[in-house]
Design a protein around this ligand. Structure first.
Ligand SMILES: Nc1ncnc2c1ncn2[C@@H]1O[C@H](COP(=O)(O)OP(=O)(O)OP(=O)(O)O)[C@@H](O)[C@H]1O
Ligand SMILES: [Mg+2]
Length: 266
């Protein structure tokens, strides 16, 4: 179990950019309205996301479940601003991502979104410290500050003793903890995780979800997690959303076992 300590609520300006955690108007509320993502493949159209309307309250922890191909990653990528909808809207804190210019969307991704993937996606030629610094480089955080924050972020996930290691010198669980440290480095208001425990044994997977849960509770960041693992979703998420063929087919509230629901409610 790795504890994340408090202390991220200081006011820090990045040039004229206010980071999400310090910006009271940036709370991390997500709404999708009849959102669609269709792929054309020759004559065929694949309806990966087929009219999903979903409200995720700021600070909520939501799990997206469904069989392979049901559209979970496609939906998460739309929320992350990595992809644009074919139709419908994705609205984060009142702003429709579909109406953003490319530059605004990349700024949104850089400053508001932290992403964690099944395959960790760390850069193998960089040390852990450099990996965690990377999003802050893109956000133009001053060098001294970003090194300090990257170090603190790695310490929070229990990797303070691995700063100069390269990803290949770490276990899978350690790599995923480093990926979480990187996702949290810019203090995003949304933490989006696509099968974050998919490559890990169940014990290590539980540790990773403890970290996501701590981030959700202590920093109030909204967490949307895709998972195949029903038991893990029930243990950590406040709400389970089931997808099938690009549609939401069921939803239910959940009282996470062994964890304290945050104050946001749903
Ligand atoms: N870039 C793409 N081009 C064409 N079809 C795609 C593309 N990305 C996804 N799809 C299709 O859209 C559907 C949904 O894919 P998606 O990756 O969202 O599923 P998923 O629920 O995340 O599945 P898994 O659990 O296997 O990761 C699938 O049928 C997939 O083949
Ligand atoms: Mg997927």
């Amino acid at each position: 179990m790795f504890k994340i300590s408090k202390g991220w609520n200081c006011v820090t300006y990045l040039g004229d950019n206010l980071l999400m955690a310090e910006n009271p108007t940036s709370s991390g509320e997500i709404r999708t309205e009849a959102v669609e993502r269709h792929y054309r493949m020759g004559e065929a159209t694949i309806c990966a996301v087929d009219g999903i309307t979903l409200n995720v309250a700021a600070g909520a922890f939501v799990a997206l479940l469904g069989s392979s191909g049901s559209g979970k990653s496609s939906l998460l990528n739309l929320i992350a601003g990595l992809d644009r909808p074919t139709a419908g809207a994705v609205i984060v804190d009142g702003r429709n991502l579909a109406g953003m210019t490319g530059e605004e969307l990349s700024r949104y991704r850089r400053l508001r979104v932290g992403m964690v993937f099944q395959a960790f996606n760390l850069i193998s030629s960089m040390t852990l410290l450099e990996n965690v610094e990377l999003p802050m480089r893109f956000a133009e955080v001053a060098r001294g500050e970003r090194t300090e924050r990257a170090r603190a972020s790695l310490e929070r996930v229990g990797l303070g003793g691995r700063l100069t290691h390269h990803p290949s010198q770490l276990s899978g669980g350690e790599q995923q903890r480093a990926a979480i440290a990187r996702a949290l480095a810019n203090r995003p208001s949304l933490l989006l995780a696509d099968e974050p425990t998919g490559n890990l044994d169940s014990h290590t997977g539980g540790e990773i979800l403890d970290l996501l849960h701590e981030s959700n509770r202590q920093f109030g960041m909204t967490v949307v997690m895709v998972t195949h693992e029903h038991a893990l979703a029930e243990q950590y998420a406040q709400r389970l959303v089931f997808l099938s063929d690009g549609k939401v087919v069921a939803e239910r509230q959940n009282v996470p076992r062994g964890s304290i629901p945050n104050s946001a409610g749903l």
